[in-house]
Design a protein around this ligand. Structure first.
Ligand code: CTP
Length: 406
């Protein structure tokens, strides 16, 4: 495939021993037909001479915020590298990325060309960390990585093995082939949902018994967040309505945080008319306490406690019956439900598909709860079954969106 052909890659190189591997990376990118512009940090130049990268990329190498006049004359199209390079970039890759540069990116510090370029970059960003295993394991570094992932920054995780310092562990720059394929994957991103609005629900709901106690379930929200970020990457306007989770909000989505099923119902009803696609991954609580105690229930006041539950409204059934029956509906959205089952997975999912009047239902067992992986079967309204092998929730999200687009 020609994902890199004619594309402009800005390759940031920071100061680690793995900087020598960037030379080979440039060669691989060029072989695939990409144009490569290199930006080095000051310490990267201690490891490899800019001349190496200049020769391999065929372009001047930048490192300073303020160009010296000889480069300016050579490459007059670039006068302010942090802006001009950012504008021409289809993909911004930093390999190797040190703990220092990751820390700067995560905290908005812009004190050299590479960190300033990061702030002005509008293209996708891919970071390939490389450092000593203990540095990589340091909680500060891990927090910074987590923060950047929350901003939708892509990472190629480092490999395990012998490090330049003689230690063994996780911290080696990922294999160059892995970096290359991740770059291709990012550039191949289909924009087949642009112009569409996708409403996604995710996570559990909390049904309060008193100010401190809730009834809930162990949904992590990972499936819904994966769908929301995949839809965003494919060009959709995304509204993510989510119950309580510990996940970072995917960048570029409109995020509405809710607690209970009735909050979720209220917010969905406000937003639903805007949606071309509705994907209900949320594990909505079916029951809620009949009575809410305004004060914390004290244990000395009672020997035992019985919480009487009443049924919550079925939000999905309510919105399908509203939308499908509205003659004046401007849009007839595609509506996707999830079915979480322990037994009779397909039979029960088909029943829900029919009764809730859906276009698709995604049947999954409780094994996917909390995990990064899921094993699902997608069923369409004609009754066709698509068994999807076990894979990452990101992968499942792409397949669900493929079916919707089709
Ligand atoms: N759902 C909903 N409102 C509810 C319960 C579920 O909108 N009160 C949605 C879920 O988001 C999901 C689908 O309906 O997309 C099916 O949810 P699931 O929990 O599998 O089924 P239920 O309809 O709740 O039936 P049961 O719990 O009895 O299996």
């Amino acid at each position: 495939m020609d994902e890199l052909k004619g594309k402009t890659i800005i390759l940031g190189i920071s100061g680690g021993i793995a900087a020598y591997k960037s030379a080979e990376l440039i060669r691989l990118f060029k072989k695939e037909g990409a144009e490569v512009w290199v930006v080095m940090t000051k310490s990267a130049k201690e490891f490899v001479s800019p001349l190496t990268f200049e020769t391999l990329s065929g372009n001047p190498v930048y490192s300073d915020m303020f160009l010296d006049s000889s480069i300016f004359n050579l490459q007059s199209s670039i006068s302010m590298p942090h802006i001009d390079l950012a504008k021409r970039s289809d993909l911004f890759i930093v390999a190797p990325a040190t703990a220092n540069i990751i820390g700067k990116f995560a905290n908005g510090i812009a004190d050299d060309l590479l960190s300033t370029l990061y702030l002005s970059a509008i293209s996708p960003v891919l970071i390939a960390p490389a450092m000593n295993n203990n540095m990589y394991a340091n909680p500060v570094v891990q927090e910074n990585i987590k923060r950047l992932k929350g901003f939708n920054i892509n990472f190629v995780e480092p490999g395990f093995g012998e490090l330049a310092c003689g230690d063994k562990g996780e911290g080696r720059l990922a294999e160059l082939d892995t970096i290359l394929s991740k770059a291709k994957w990012l550039l191949a991103a289909k924009k087949d949902l642009s112009g569409k609005t996708v409403l996604v629900t995710a996570g559990p709901t909390h049904e309060a018994i008193d100010p401190v106690r809730v009834i809930s379930n162990s949904s992590s929200g990972k499936m819904g967040y994966a769908v929301a970020s995949a839809a965003r990457r494919r060009g959709a306007e995304v509204i993510l309505i989510s119950g309580p989770t510990s996940l970072p909000v995917p960048s570029g989505v409109r995020f509405i945080s809710i607690k209970s099923a009735s909050d979720m119902r209220r917010e969905i009803l406000k937003e639903v008319k805007k949606a071309d696609v509705i994907i209900m991954t949320a594990a909505v609580s079916d029951f809620t306490p009949e009575n809410y105690s305004e004060k914390k229930i004290k244990k000395e006041d009672t020997e035992g406690i019985t919480v009487k539950l009443k049924k919550n409204p079925d939000i999905l059934s309510e919105i399908t019956s509203k939308l499908r029956n509205t003659q004046s509906a401007i849009r007839n959205p595609i509506i996707v439900g999830f079915a979480l089952e322990t037994d009779g997975i397909i039979k029960n999912a088909k029943k829900k598909l029919r009764e809730k009047n859906l276009d698709f239902i995604v049947a999954n067992s409780i094994n996917g709860f909390g995990s990064n992986q899921n094993k699902v079967t997608i069923i369409d309204k004609k009754g066709n079954l698509y068994d999807i092998p076990q894979m990452s929730k990101d992968g499942v999200a792409e397949i669900i969106l493929d079916k919707i687009v089709k």
